[in-house]
Design a protein around this ligand. Structure first.
Ligand code: F6P
Length: 366
């Protein structure tokens, strides 16, 4: 059988290793050779020892490790046809024409472009004498399946993305830690969390950490929010609450689309409440460390399903995204999910929050 290549691309996310392990072991148990493509698309373009077969044991003892043991990188070259031509030649050299791509929307869009071009890339390799006609005929199509690796939980077509739950645990633990020092000093902490265009981590972190106020990109506050926030915090103090926590998503904006920074929130609190406020930016701590149990098992299940999907792919099958909906592993057309995801980001950027929530399948309430 032709081989399966697996790569991780874009920002790393806890659980990627569990997905990799499941892909490798499922493929091997089906008698299919499986190759790691190290450093994402960069490795695919560079070829050589960046593409290596993995054995059962190679993926032993990695489930609990954060990040991705096969590396991830951004590749400009893969965005060019020249780069993709080289990538196709490298895959064929290793007998690969099935891919599991674990990444975000950019990585998955790139994979789809590559899949669509596959025949013309091979034709060009044949024409330029880099590939024999017989070899090209053995790889008539590129089968593709996507898994979403992103702590942001910003993807249409899956209730959870790989890494989001672990990042949320990290945020919750950080808020718990801040609460004790905040309470000792009767201080307010402004906690800035990641999530690019998506407020999932901020919102769920705020609920799980019992925060007082949260600012997310999807629901920019009405003008005058500063007064309302301060009134709430003041009322909390008056009721005997010793600590206050405000969670700010890195992509938080006001109704005019201007960023609401954590430092701005701190200044507002200090000036209007006349008390100490501190900012803690959690940064990449959220993306590091051990994956949660959820990220381990979900990644394992989607990794297994990804290989099953690839093994049943035909030249006419549409590439699928393997995700989880309503607690079940699901498959949905990959490009539909990518397009919906991009439309959500565009709607948020245009200030059309109602539309963004409709696209995500949720409801919007102030
Ligand atoms: O998409 C994951 C993410 O961690 C976002 O939450 C954040 O905005 C971004 O990546 C940070 O990117 P980088 O690691 O390149 O600084």
């Amino acid at each position: 059988p032709t081989g399966i290549g697996v790569l991780t691309s874009g920002g790393d996310a806890q659980g990627m290793n569990a997905a990799l392990r499941a892909v490798v072991r499922t493929a091997l148990s089906r008698g299919v050779p499986v190759y790691a493509i190290y450093e994402g698309y960069r490795g695919m373009v560079e070829g050589g020892n960046r593409i290596r077969p993995l054995s059962w044991d190679d993926v032993g003892g990695i489930m609990h490790r954060g990040g991705t043991i096969i590396g991830t990188a951004r590749s400009r070259t893969f965005r060019t046809r020249e780069g993709r031509l080289q990538a196709a030649a490298n895959l064929i050299e290793h007998g690969i024409n099935r891919l599991v791509v674990i990444g975000g929307d950019g990585s998955l869009t790139g994979a789809d472009t590559f899949r669509r071009e596959w025949s013309s890339l091979l034709a060009e390799l044949v024409e330029t004498g880099k590939l024999s006609r017989e070899t090209a005929a053995r790889y008539p199509f590129l089968a593709l399946v996507g898994l979403v690796g992103s702590i942001d939980n910003d993807f249409y077509g899956t209730d959870m993305t790989i890494g989001a739950d672990s990042a949320l645990h990290r945020i919750t633990a950080a808020i718990d830690a801040l609460v004790s020092t905040a309470a000792s000093h009767q201080r307010t902490f402004v906690v800035e969390v990641m999530g690019r265009h998506c407020g999932y981590l901020a919102l769920m972190g705020a609920v799980a950490g019992g925060a007082d106020y949260v600012l997310i990109p999807e629901n920019p506050p009405e003008p005058g929010w500063e007064d309302r926030m301060c009134a709430l915090l003041r009322a909390g103090r008056a009721a005997g609450r010793r600590e206050s926590i405000v969670v700010v998503a890195e992509g938080a904006r006001d109704r005019e689309g201007n960023p609401i920074t954590s430092d701005y929130v701190r200044r507002v609190l200090e000036e209007r409440l006349e008390e100490d406020a501190r900012v803690t930016i959690l940064g990449h701590v959220q993306r590091g460390g051990t994956p949660s149990a959820f990220d381990r098992w979900m990644s394992t299940l989607v990794g297994y399903a990804a290989v099953e999907e690839l093994l049943s792919a035909t030249p006419d099958s549409e590439p699928q995204l393997i995700g989880m909906r309503y607690n079940r592993i699901t498959r949905q057309p990959l490009m539909h999910c990518v397009e919906q995801t991009q439309q959500v980001s565009a709607a948020i950027a245009a200030g059309d929050y109602q539309r963004a929530m409709e696209l995500r399948g949720g409801s919007f309430t102030e």
